[in-house]
Every structure is written in structure tokens, then in C-alpha cells.
Design a protein around this ligand. Structure first.
Ligand code: UTP
Length: 290
């Protein structure tokens, strides 16, 4: 039985690191080669057996809603021209058997607040949170599949983590706690964007979570934290006082596509693996003796 049926995609952030690209275009619609970030995230959830995709959107994010809607005119035009392969690509963006639900976050008050906006749709069940700008590539089970397996074993919230250079701790939520098994620790300490001297370990939170619904009541009273935002990390710190929370160091390579350098790295790596482009792109790269 699949225990986690719903995934929340908080996509209402302002994307300031990508301005001016993100003035009118959603950061999550930026493409890695030929697919928008949001579609990689949706495919990760679908592959994990999730059947309800909940997008928490902001004002400039209508293209995300359109992306997961039927493109009636485009589809009829492609059908008319017998462009069957392209038609399939367009149709496949809207997964069969999966519902897409859209909720507005009226103001970008923070990731914790964005997750709270999904409460009425999630209801009283555990759920996944996927931040599409953290693109995670793995040959085997994807990140959220791995985390659902941990949830199934321990029936508690699970945070996705990776090891970082501690000098970068002020960009991440950071966690620490005793090791339980390979890749898995308890969360004893959790803090948002600490200075390197205050970081409890070198384990950083990456944009994947499995959360129990107890988080919602906590988020209702979570006050603004780092950056003046209602932080999910602060909510999880309070959750940790009520229930066990686990940190899982997932298998896979993570690209921080919310940053320009991470975005470029993902673009090059994915192009070098792309069925149609890999050979030609590899040839092109040979001229750069860098
Ligand atoms: P980020 O920290 O990447 O912020 O948010 P951002 O606004 O998207 O981008 P920058 O830092 O200004 O460049 C992490 C995730 O939380 C979502 C974002 O959309 C992103 O997926 N988020 C953040 C919200 O949905 N609402 C918010 O109020 C804040």
C-alpha cells in the first residue's frame, strides 16, 4: 500500500536570485534542456506513487497552472499535422490518474507559510514536500521514493539532507543528531541558516520532506524567523519536540537550480545525457580548453 499519496510543491517564492528572468516568469518554469523544473519534480512524485499534486502558487505563476492543463489548441493543431511524437510529449505533461490542485499563497511570507496554505487539501495525512528548484538526479529509486521507504519503516517525518562545506551553512537549514542506520539519523538539533560557527553539523536540509500533518497546527503559530519569513525549519524544530523526526541523506546528485551556478551545472550534465543532444553537445564542448 502506498502511504504517501499527496505532494505539496511550494512554488510561490519570488525567485530574486534569477531576476530579471523571474520578473514575469516562474522560476520553476525555467527549463533544464527541454523540460521545466516543475515537470522534473512532478515526475519524481508520480514515480513514487503520489496521485495528488498540490501546487502552492503566487501571482506570477499562472504558467505553472497552464503547464499542467490540457493544451487544447496546440493538441488539435499537432494532431491535424500528424505530429504524433510531439503530441505525446505535450499530452504526457498532464499525467493520467493524477490530480493537480492549485492553491494561492497571497503573499510570499516564507516556505512554512506556503506549506500551511496546502492544509485544507492535504487534510489529516502524511504528505511529501518537494521544492522543484532542488533538482535531484539518481539512477535508482528517486529521492522521494527513498524517503517514503524511510517513512514506511519509522512512521515519522523525514527530512532530506546532504553533506555541505560548513562555510555555506548560512544558506541552508542545518540538522544534527545520532546516527540510526546507514544514511539515517534522528534530528536532535535543527536551525535555519546558522553562521558556520553556529552550525550543529555539516548536514544541510535539501528540498525534500515527508511530514506528518501535526506540522500544520505548529505552522499556524510559528513566528517569522530568518529573513523575516515563516520558516518550515522552525516549524520542524517545534514538531521535533512532539514527535520523532529523521534526517535521511539521500542517494543522488542534487543541483541547486535556484542559483545560477547550480542551474548551469544541471543544464550541462543533463544535456550530456540527453538522447538527441549528447553527442553533438559533447563535440561542442571540446573547443573549450578550460
Ligand atoms: P527560496 O528560498 O528558493 O526563495 O524558496 P525564492 O523566493 O524561491 O528564491 P530567491 O531566494 O528569492 O531567489 C524555497 C522554495 O520555497 C518556495 C519557493 O518557491 C521555493 O520553491 N517559497 C518560498 C514559497 O512558495 N513561498 C514563499 O513565501 C517562500
Amino acid at each position: 500500500m502506498i502511504t504517501i499519496k499527496k505532494a505539496v510543491f511550494p512554488v510561490a517564492g519570488l525567485g530574486t536570485r534569477f531576476l530579471p528572468a523571474t520578473k514575469a516568469v516562474a522560476k520553476e518554469m525555467l527549463t533544464i534542456v527541454d523540460k521545466p523544473l516543475i515537470q522534473y519534480a512532478a515526475e519524481e512524485a508520480e514515480k513514487a506513487g503520489i496521485d495528488t499534486l498540490i501546487f502552492v502558487v503566487g501571482r506570477t505563476k499562472n504558467s505553472i497552472i497552464d503547464h499542467f492543463d490540457k493544451a487544447y489548441e496546440l493538441e488539435s493543431e499537432l494532431a491535424l499535422r500528424n505530429k504524433d511524437e510531439l503530441l505525446k510529449i505535450v499530452q504526457d505533461t498532464v499525467p493520467t490518474g493524477v490530480s493537480c490542485v492549485f492553491v494561492r499563497q497571497p503573499e510570499a511570507l516564507g516556505l512554512g507559510h506556503a506549506v500551511l496554505c496546502a492544509e485544507a487539501i492535504v487534510g489529516n495525512e502524511p504528505f511529501a514536500v518537494i521544492l522543484p528548484d532542488d533538482l535531484i538526479d539518481n539512477e535508482g529509486d528517486n529521492c522521494i521514493q527513498q524517503m517514503i521507504a524511510v517513512y514506511d519503516k519509522y512512521k515519522a517525518s523525514v527530512i532530506g539532507t546532504q553533506t555541505i562545506d560548513i562555510s555555506e551553512s548560512d544558506k541552508y537549514g542545518m540538522v544534527a543528531g545520532p546516527k540510526i542506520e546507514e544514511r539515517l539519523s534522528m534530528v536532535d538539533e535543527i536551525i535555519e541558516k546558522p553562521a558556520p560557527a553556529e552550525a550543529p553539523s555539516d548536514q544541510a536540509i535539501v528540498g525534500r520532506y515527508i511530514l506528518t500533518p501535526a506540522i500544520f497546527d505548529i505552522l499556524k503559530t510559528t513566528v517569522r524567523g530568518a529573513g523575516g519569513e515563516i520558516q518550515l525549519t522552525d516549524g520542524i524544530a517545534a514538531l521535533r519536540k512532539r514527535e520523532e523526526v529523521y534526517a535521511y541523506s539521500f542517494e543522488g546528485k542534487r543541483y541547486d537550480c535556484g542559483s545560477k551556478i547550480g542551474y548551469l551545472e544541471a543544464t550541462v550534465d543533463f544535456a550530456l545525457k540527453h538522447e538527441e543532444l549528447a553527442d553533438e553537445f559533447r563535440q561542442f564542448l571540446k573547443q573549450f580548453n578550460v
